[in-house]
Design a protein around this ligand. Sequence first.
Ligand SMILES: *[C@@H]1O[C@H](CO)[C@@H](O)[C@H](O)[C@H]1NC(C)=O
Ligand SMILES: *[C@@H]1O[C@H](CO)[C@@H](O)[C@H](O)[C@H]1NC(C)=O
Ligand SMILES: *[C@@H]1O[C@H](CO)[C@@H](O)[C@H](O)[C@H]1NC(C)=O
Length: 386
Amino acid sequence: MYDGYYSSKKTDDICDNVCGQGRPAFSMSRVKCLLRGFDLKAIVFLLVVLPFCIFTVYMHGQKISYFFRPLWESPPKPFHEIPHYYGRSVSMESLCKLHGWKIRESPRRVYDAILFSNEIDILTVRWNELYPYVNQFVLLESNSTFTGLPKRLHFANNRDKFKFIQPRLIYGMIGGRFKKGENPFVEEAYQRVALDQLLKIAGIEDDDLLIMSDADEIPSAHTINLLRWCDDIPPILHLQMRNYMYSFEFYTDNNSWRASVHRYESGKTQYAHYRQSDYLLSDAGWHCSFCFRRISEFIFKMKAYSHNDRVRFSHYMDPRRIQDVICKGTDLFDMLPEEYTFKDIIGKMGPIPHSHSAIHLPAYILNNSEKYKFLLPGNCIREDSG
Ligand SMILES: *[C@@H]1O[C@H](CO)[C@@H](O)[C@H](O)[C@H]1NC(C)=O
Ligand SMILES: *[C@@H]1O[C@H](CO)[C@@H](O)[C@H](O)[C@H]1NC(C)=O
Ligand SMILES: *[C@@H]1O[C@H](CO)[C@@H](O)[C@H](O)[C@H]1NC(C)=O
């Protein structure tokens, strides 16, 4: 260390001596001196470091801003988390009592309402899970994605797969507005208002239970059974769910909270997918994101997604890349974890660890494990991967 410092100091000294002299004979040396001194560093900076920085920000700008998210965004107000009790052979009376609620003489009627995009398989799992306890299933689909792209009516085209639900189904279709360049959340809000209308058509009444969630947020059957049988449950209750990505092999965390259950109040209850109350029932189901059978469905969803600004490079849509991402548990959009503290961001960087547990999953998947094996651990290869 000392040597290096000494010799560079010495060079500077020589340079200073030479450059300090104003005679023309030394002009060549002077150029050399300029290059060797500050200006050489400036040239290197302009030609190498600066373009490199610009390139890095271009490639990873979103990552950089997400990394610093804890500085500009604080976490939402914490929920009041309600402990959740369940055991297979515990009576409903005891379960209600454990939660501090009374049991009713008869259960409430239950409505399950969703806006449907293209999640045919996860919809099958959802409806089979909830079937025993839901009186009316309400489904609305549009020929427009939230991002304003024309979309096929995936439910209408696959209706023969859902014969079992037919007597309990209220189906609605709404034409898209196809406004170019509009914020996707506007089309989403428009479709949710239409879903409110459809619920009225379906005959929902005060104090009926209404499940508001995306198709891939699946409440567990026993949770809905509990809420329909117990009195005094909060008027609006969010459901905490376990987050999974691509299949039940990749458990990410238990921070899903957007799904909610409402005791319907006409004139007041509005279909929404944001925070509506402070109550959160612990461990109430599964949120399986991008749990698709085919790569083509991943590509569709990536384009149709409200956050489609995340598709920054066309190679993100390469089917071989997507298959690789699904098997490794990395991120489809090459994003950093969306968290509120540096500790959580750093803790979640890199691929999601593989899980080998397939207990406490929706029963329909295990009952039909051959058909749904792509959702179970160890089966990441999709049907249409080249
Ligand atoms: C969408 O549906 C509406 C209502 O049925 C129809 O008028 C419109 O032509 C459809 N648009 C596309 C692109 O399919
Ligand atoms: C949710 O995850 C946290 C952190 O991993 C854990 O401490 C907590 O017990 C989990 N809650 C449930 C209900 O699984
Ligand atoms: C799973 O299979 C069992 C036994 O056939 C049946 O009783 C149960 O209802 C099935 N559950 C679902 C959700 O398919």
